[in-house]
Design a protein around this ligand. Structure first.
Ligand SMILES: [Zn+2]
Length: 300
């Protein structure tokens, strides 16, 4: 925390930090591309060429916030430094936020930053399996179960280790649902390893190489060790950080947070996670920005 306080002594220090993240090569007018500007107060800039006024937060998750940027930075610092992850209640306490709702909304906005630029798909050899999250009784495959959410897990092989992962909620384990989810998570041409569940039969027509691992081969019970390992870590994390008290409507948030953390788990410096999350929070992607800003995700 001291490291944080030394770095972000004031609101202006936060604005300057965002400015460098956003325009690492120097300011560029988002409309005309001109490089010179008048700096106005509170992170506002006016293009000298076309008079467009823009701010360092426009088009980012901080857009139109009424809270100080420093508080946001503290939130990001906290989120990236708590290894097991944080709950909305925990964040509210640490920041001294008046409302749980604000804390909850912030976590959701940070989630947008965690996943937005991470849309690239996995490639190589990928283990894929489904698991049920929530509920007390085990669910029956392919049928769905009340109070449970079905999650598809994709774990990339990296030698004997797990590379990157993707997690995605699916409505059921039918061939159609599984194929759609896999197409979002994995590049065509990749090798996909699954068990012999019939729902995976459409993979080859969808452009994948399908490696079916059967029980009668000599590798024992753990047919898909990497996917299974991710499932058990995910479940432990959900239980540990959130005491299992997760509403199914909020699960997507936790899946994305887990993915963000998992894929960066070897990052030695927590400061790097902080940097990465802010960088993603200000990264502008014209195609998706309009969807997020003013879209349903943003108005939680
Ligand atoms: Zn301009």
């Amino acid at each position: 925390m001291q490291e944080f306080e030394d770095k972000f002594t004031s609101e202006q220090a936060c604005i300057d930090y965002l400015f460098r993240m956003r325009w690492p090569e120097g300011f560029r007018c988002p409309r005309c591309g001109y490089e010179r500007f008048w700096a106005m107060n509170r992170g506002l800039y006016r293009c000298i060429s076309c008079d467009l006024q823009t701010s360092v937060t426009a088009g980012t998750i901080f857009q139109a916030t009424r809270k100080p940027l420093k508080l946001w930075f503290q939130a990001i610092w906290y989120v990236t430094n708590q290894k097991p992850g944080v709950s909305a209640l925990g964040l509210q306490r640490v920041l001294g936020l008046g409302s749980y709702h604000t804390s909850w909304t912030w976590l959701h906005k940070l989630r947008c930053a965690m996943v937005r630029p991470g849309r690239d798909r996995l490639s190589g050899t990928i283990e894929v399996d489904e698991t049920y999250i929530g509920g007390s009784k085990p669910g029956k495959r392919g049928r769905g179960a009340s109070g449970k959410v079905l999650v598809l897990v994709a774990a990339q092989e990296d030698g004997n280790r797990i590379g990157r992962i993707r997690l995605r909620r699916v409505s059921d384990a039918s061939g159609k649902s599984l194929a759609e989810a896999i197409q979002e998570m994995v590049m065509p041409g990749s090798i996909i390893r699954t068990d012999d569940w019939s729902g995976y039969r459409g993979l080859v027509p969808s452009g994948y190489i399908h490696d079916i691992i059967r029980k009668d081969t000599s590798i024992g019970d753990n047919l898909l060790p990497k996917a299974n390992r991710v499932v058990s870590l995910l479940k432990r994390w959900l239980l540990g950080t959130h005491q299992g008290a997760i509403q199914s409507s909020h699960l997507d948030y936790y899946l994305d947070e887990f993915t963000f953390r998992f894929n960066r788990r070897t990052s030695r410096s927590r400061g790097k996670l902080f940097y990465r999350l802010i960088q993603q929070a200000v990264s502008i992607e014209p195609v998706t920005a309009s969807k997020i800003i003013g879209g349903p995700k943003y108005n939680i």
